[in-house]
Design a protein around this ligand. Structure first.
Ligand code: HAM
Length: 415
C-alpha cells in the first residue's frame, strides 16, 4: 500500500463544523465593510514576481526569504501572493480606477502564502481580509480606517486589544532617521545578533522589530523617529491622533513600530491581542503614498491595512457566538420505494429555506433515527408503507418528542 499523503507543513484542512466560524466571519466582514462604503476586489492568486520585489522591498523578510516563486514553462517569474496590497495597487493602475473615481475604497478576503516558520497563529498559507483606500492624502482617511479596524474587533467582543500607532514620516525623514539609527547602533554592533548585524547595513529600521531580550535592551533608548518628522508629517500625525481621541479610541504611540514592508510612509499601526501569544498582531497597516507611483501609476496617496483571519479566530471566544448549525428536518424512509416522495418533499421544504437531510446509505429506520439524533435535527419526517397508504405522515419534534400526523400535501405548509 502506498504511504498516504499529508498536507504541506504550515497549511491546514478546515473540516466540518470548524467552517461555521469561517462562514460567519466572511459574512460579517462583507457586511461590516459595506457599512463604510468599501467594495470588494478580487485579484489573482499569483502575479509576476517583480510586482512584489518592487513594492514590498528586496531587503524585507518576505521578499528575501519567504516567497513561493517559480519559473513557469513560458519562462515567466511568478510568485504566489504573499500580501494583497501590491496586487490591489497593480490592478488600480491597470484598470485606471483613479480616472473613474477620485477615491477608491476597496476590500478583499484573500489567501496568501509566506514560507515562514509555522507556529501558533503563523501559517505558510493563511487568510487575510484587508482594505485599501486609494486617493486621499488627508489624516481623516488614516483615522477612519484605524477606527474601522478597531471597531471591527470590538464588535466581535475581542478583549485585551492594544492599538499601537506611529509615524515613520516622509521618505526623506526616513533616510535621515536610518543614518541616526545606524550611528546609535554601531557601538553595539558586536552585541547584536547575526541577522541584526546584517540589517544594520541593509535596513536598520528592521532591527526595531526585534523580539530578542538583549536587543530590546540595546534599542530601549534609541532616538524616537517622531523627533525627526518634518512639520507637515507632525501636523498629519497629530490630526490622526486627535480624531482617534474624539472617538475615545485608546492607543499607544510606539516609536519602535516600523512594520515589515518598505512601502509605508507617515502613519503606521498595528492592533495586537495578548490572547494570541508571540504572534500577537491581529492586523497591521498604514499609509503608502508612493506605492502607486513606484509601480508606474500616477502619484496617488493611499491608506490600508490587512488582518489575519486565523489569528482573529484564535482571539475570538467562539462559544459566545453560538454558531452550531442544526438541520431543520431529517426525512426517514422505510425503504427505497419512497425515495421519490422524500425527494419531492425535501425540495419543496428547501424552497422555504429549510435545511433538509435525506439518507443516502439506504440505512434501516433505526439507523436513520440514530443519524437524525447525531445531527441534532429539529424534526424528523417518517415515510413508509402505512403513512402513504393512509396519507398520514408522521412529523416528530425531536426536542419535545411530540408527534403530529399530516397528509402528504400539507407537509410544506406545516413548516
Ligand atoms: P502584514 O503585517 O504583513 O501586512 O500582515 C497583516 C496581518 O496578516 C498580520 O497582522 C497577521 O494578522 C496576518 N499574517 C501575516 N502573516 C501571517 C502568517 N504567516 N500566518 C498567519 N497570519 C499572518 C500586510 O500584509 C499589508 N499588506 C497590510 C496593508 C494593507 N498595509 C496597507 N494595506
Amino acid at each position: 500500500m502506498p504511504e498516504p499523503l499529508k498536507n504541506i507543513k504550515g497549511t491546514q484542512d478546515i473540516l466540518f463544523e470548524d467552517n461555521n466560524i469561517w462562514q460567519y466571519l466572511e459574512l460579517t466582514i462583507h457586511k461590516f465593510l459595506n457599512k463604510y462604503g468599501f467594495s470588494q476586489i478580487r485579484t489573482p492568486i499569483f502575479e509576476n514576481t517583480n510586482l512584489f520585489t518592487r513594492s514590498i522591498g528586496t531587503q524585507t523578510d518576505i521578499v528575501s526569504k519567504e516567497m513561493y516563486s517559480w519559473v513557469d514553462q513560458g519562462n515567466n517569474n511568478l510568485t504566489l501572493k504573499p500580501e494583497a496590497t501590491a496586487s490591489v495597487a497593480r490592478s488600480y493602475i491597470q484598470h485606471k480606477l483613479g480616472k473613474k473615481n477620485p477615491i477608491n475604497k476597496l476590500y478583499y478576503i484573500d489567501v496568501l502564502f509566506r514560507r515562514e516558520r509555522p507556529q501558533k497563529g503563523r501559517f505558510r498559507q493563511f487568510n487575510q481580509f484587508g482594505v485599501e483606500a486609494i486617493g486621499s492624502k488627508y489624516p481623516e482617511q488614516d483615522a477612519e480606517i484605524i477606527a474601522l479596524a478597531y471597531n471591527f474587533y470590538k464588535g466581535l467582543n475581542i478583549k485585551n486589544l492594544t492599538l499601537k500607532i506611529n509615524s515613520i514620516g516622509s521618505p526623506e525623514v526616513r533616510i535621515k532617521y536610518k543614518e541616526a539609527l545606524k550611528k546609535y547602533l554601531i557601538p553595539y554592533k558586536d552585541k547584536l545578533s547575526k541577522i541584526s548585524q546584517k540589517r544594520l547595513e541593509t535596513n536598520p529600521l528592521r532591527i526595531l522589530d526585534t523580539k530578542i531580550d538583549f536587543e530590546l535592551e540595546i534599542i530601549k533608548n534609541i532616538p524616537p523617529i517622531i523627533d525627526f518628522l518634518n512639520q507637515s508629517d507632525k501636523k498629519h500625525f497629530s490630526k490622526v491622533l486627535e480624531l482617534l481621541d474624539s472617538l475615545s479610541i485608546k492607543y499607544i504611540v510606539d516609536n519602535k513600530l516600523v512594520r515589515g514592508l518598505d512601502y509605508y510612509c507617515r502613519t503606521v499601526f498595528e492592533i495586537q491581542s495578548i490572547n494570541l501569544g508571540s504572534q500577537d498582531a491581529l492586523c497591521g497597516g498604514g499609509r503608502y503614498d508612493y506605492l502607486i507611483e513606484e509601480l508606474g501609476g500616477k502619484a496617488t496617496p493611499a491608506f490600508g491595512f490587512a488582518a489575519g483571519i486565523e489569528r482573529l479566530i484564535l482571539a475570538l471566544n467562539e462559544k459566545e457566538l453560538s454558531l452550531s448549525k442544526r438541520p431543520d428536518i431529517y426525512i426517514i424512509i422505510t425503504d427505497d420505494t419512497y425515495l421519490s416522495h422524500s425527494f419531492k418533499i425535501s425540495e419543496s421544504l428547501r424552497s422555504k429555506n429549510l435545511v433538509v437531510i435525506n439518507d443516502m446509505l439506504r440505512r434501516s429506520l433505526k439507523s436513520q433515527m440514530k443519524d437524525a439524533n447525531r445531527l441534532n435535527a429539529c424534526y424528523t419526517i417518517i415515510i413508509g408503507e402505512d403513512e402513504i397508504k393512509n396519507d398520514k405522515i408522521a412529523i416528530k419534534n425531536m426536542d419535545s418528542g411530540n408527534q403530529d400526523y399530516v397528509s402528504l400535501n400539507k407537509i410544506e405548509s406545516y413548516f
